[in-house]
Design a protein around this ligand. Structure first.
Ligand code: SUD
Ligand code: ADP
Length: 299
């Protein structure tokens, strides 16, 4: 997998008439699965934070009402820019809601690995909505925006604000969370290059409720938090256990856990230097793993 520096997404300057949004990566610091619901979705309790690293979306207005998407960046070639792309789906959903709107020329610089538990597609959809509401000068009322976002994916509502939040339900019950000490904390992301299907990983959950997630501080999150999707994800991709084992040997580690349905794992460190040393060791030992150094995004 290509190595990506945190600066990558901000590389190209914005041109006149162009707007830019970052699609910040989503991290589930803990993810408790409580119940499989009658509609097939799972009731979750999850502490979401976002990282400074993200995909970059730029856009400019098109008078003819068309939506066009071009892609670049290290993971751009892995994705189709057609109607299934979450950026296009988000743009169309907003156009449908507005009834009459201009179009847009969009460019997505894909920095985040695809289908990797850090919500890259969801973050792209949310970034597209934020960008187009600005570009078209068409703000959408919160209730309507929730309907649009949830129709695009369970993680999309939380990605709109991209701040630390306790997330419940399918992903639509959002409670902003003050996480002192976590803001700007160094966070290392490691993906072993295996794409996992979210639906399949949920399908492998053993349906055992292991208890609620308390909204405490970092120490409680470390001691009592879990990711209940680690076992089924590891069953599908045993290399995830290798990622976590490698992270747990790193000096200064505060917490290593898988994010979302995997396979990306994250590691929290107190200092940039500890994170840089861990990143260097992983890159040297594991050629092909995607290793990205970033920070938790402040609220
Ligand atoms: C697991 C999480 C945790 O944040 O993240 P990712 O691994 O995707 O990053 C999310 O719940 C994923 O959200 P998202 O990726 O938007 O999922 P969706 O498109 O809504 O759903 C894809 C599939 O995942 C399953 N799904 C999703 C959300 C949920 N609360 N219960 C589920 O069972 C369903 O099988 C659904 O068909
Ligand atoms: N712009 C996009 N970026 C990433 N994935 C996308 C995008 N548009 C559509 N997808 C599809 O959405 C699925 C979930 O992608 P993603 O959000 O990256 O996963 P996850 O939430 O597990 O990190 C992938 O299978 C991918 O093909």
């Amino acid at each position: 997998m290509p190595h990506v520096e945190a600066e990558h997404a901000a590389a190209r300057p914005v041109e006149a008439g162009e707007l830019v949004e970052t699609a910040f990566a989503k991290i589930n610091l803990a993810l408790h699965v409580r119940e499989r619901r009658a509609d097939g979705y799972h009731a979750l309790e999850s502490l979401f934070v976002f990282t400074e690293l993200g995909d970059r979306l730029t856009g400019r207005i098109r008078a003819d009402g068309e939506i066009r998407l071009e892609m670049d960046g290290p993971f751009g070639p892995l994705l189709d820019g057609g109607p299934d792309n979450l950026v296009i789906r988000a743009a169309r959903a907003l156009q449908d809601h507005l009834g009459d709107s201009p179009g847009a020329d969009l460019r997505l610089t894909k920095v985040l690995p695809v289908a990797s538990g850090i919500g890259g597609g969801s973050a792209d959809a949310a970034a597209a909505l934020r960008l187009l509401m600005r570009l078209w000068n068409a703000p959408v009322a919160p209730q309507l925006l929730e309907r649009i976002t949830l129709s695009l994916g369970s993680d999309v509502p939380a990605c709109i604000g991209s701040i630390p939040q306790m997330v419940r339900g399918r992903g639509e019950i959002l409670q902003p969370q003050a996480m002192e000490g976590l803001s700007a904390m160094p966070i290392l992301l490691v993906n072993p290059g295996v794409a996992l299907s979210t639906a399949q990983v949920f399908g492998g959950w053993d349906r055992r409720d292991r208890g609620p997630l308390a909204a405490g501080g970092l120490e409680q999150l470390i001691s009592d938090g879990r990711n209940d999707l680690e076992p089924p994800a590891m069953a599908a991709a045993p290399v995830i256990a290798d990622v976590l084992a490698a992270l747990k040997t790193c000096a200064g580690l505060r917490l290593a856990r898988m994010s979302g349905s995997g396979a990306t794992c994250f590691a929290l460190f107190d200092t940039d230097r500890q994170m840089a040393e861990a990143a260097a060791a992983l890159r040297a030992a594991r050629n092909g793993w995607w290793v990205a150094e970033t920070r938790i995004r402040a609220a």
